[in-house]
Ligand binder design. Structure first.
Ligand code: AP5
Length: 218
């Protein structure tokens, strides 16, 4: 059983690594960004409320995201573990998460913090492409779509570029990350939860280092 948080700047590879690890561990990959994008594509009130914040690269208000996370962690498939990707993103969210977990009589096992230089993050985000159907992410240079373009959801991947992967939004997301999310590194280090990984290595190397680190910590 694992209860994990993935922490790190936009574009560091949290989603890329989360998909495979969640599958291997048999736990749900809970990405608040993906939940919000899904709500937006379905035109729900939450999705529409979140849109202006997401397009600008700002954080969606804490109370909106907290509701989503609380509901998702209460689902049956999360009873035996989960991987939170993109939550918490500031100290108030970290304290809200700790409150939800104590109400559910659960505790966090590890926070995996992926580090990477900012210039590389911009390169990754501006080249990222995402599939509307299965949610998988690709990169025009580092992780191109397979030649047969087959999609996990069936048929062919429907590739698009996220609206917040435009240059202005990318630069703002990096600033917001430094200001709001950066302090969580020390917060979780002090609590003894933090595992630090080099996110700048190639995808497969980061994946092996992640599994080795989790094996060593038990
Ligand atoms: P979210 O979807 O969470 O975006 P993010 O945190 O900005 O993270 P990304 O998805 O951009 O990056 P990633 O680290 O997952 O990288 P990826 O694996 O895709 O959030 C979007 C928005 O929703 C936020 O801005 C905010 O508005 C809102 N939101 C979400 N959660 C919220 C919260 N808790 N509170 C408030 N608002 C919230 O990889 C990126 C690219 O690099 C890909 O193309 C990939 O193929 C490539 N790549 C990955 N790893 C490597 C590697 N090792 N080498 C080379 N290329 C790589």
């Amino acid at each position: 059983m694992s209860r994990l948080v993935f922490l790190g700047p936009p574009g560091v590879g949290k989603g890329t690594q989360a998909v495979g690890l969640a599958q291997d561990e048999g736990i749900p990959h809970i990405s608040t960004g993906a939940i919000l994008r899904d709500a937006l594509s379905r035109g729900t009130p939450t999705g529409l409320e979140a849109k202006k914040f997401m397009d600008a690269g700002e954080l969606v208000p804490d109370e909106v995201v907290l509701r989503l996370v609380k509901d998702r962690l209460s689902e049956d498939d999360a009873a035996q573990g989960w991987l939170l990707d993109g939550y918490p993103r500031n100290l108030d969210q970290a304290s809200a998460l700790s409150g939800i977990l104590s109400q559910m009589d659960q505790s966090l096992d590890h926070v995996i913090y992926f580090e990477c230089a900012e210039s590389e993050l911009v390169r990754r985000l501006s080249g990222r492409r995402t599939c509307r159907a299965c949610g998988d992410t690709f990169h025009v240079e580092f992780a191109p779509v397979a030649e047969n373009n087959s999609c996990k959801a069936g048929g062919s991947c429907d590739i698009y570029q996220r609206s917040d992967d435009q240059e202005d939004a990318i630069l703002n997301r990096l600033k917001v990350y430094q200001r709001e999310t950066g302090p969580l590194v020390e917060h979780y280090r002090e609590k003894g939860h933090l595992i630090v990984l080099d996110g700048s290595a190639p995808i497969e190397i980061v994946g092996s280092a992640l599994r080795d680190a989790l094996d060593q910590t038990g």
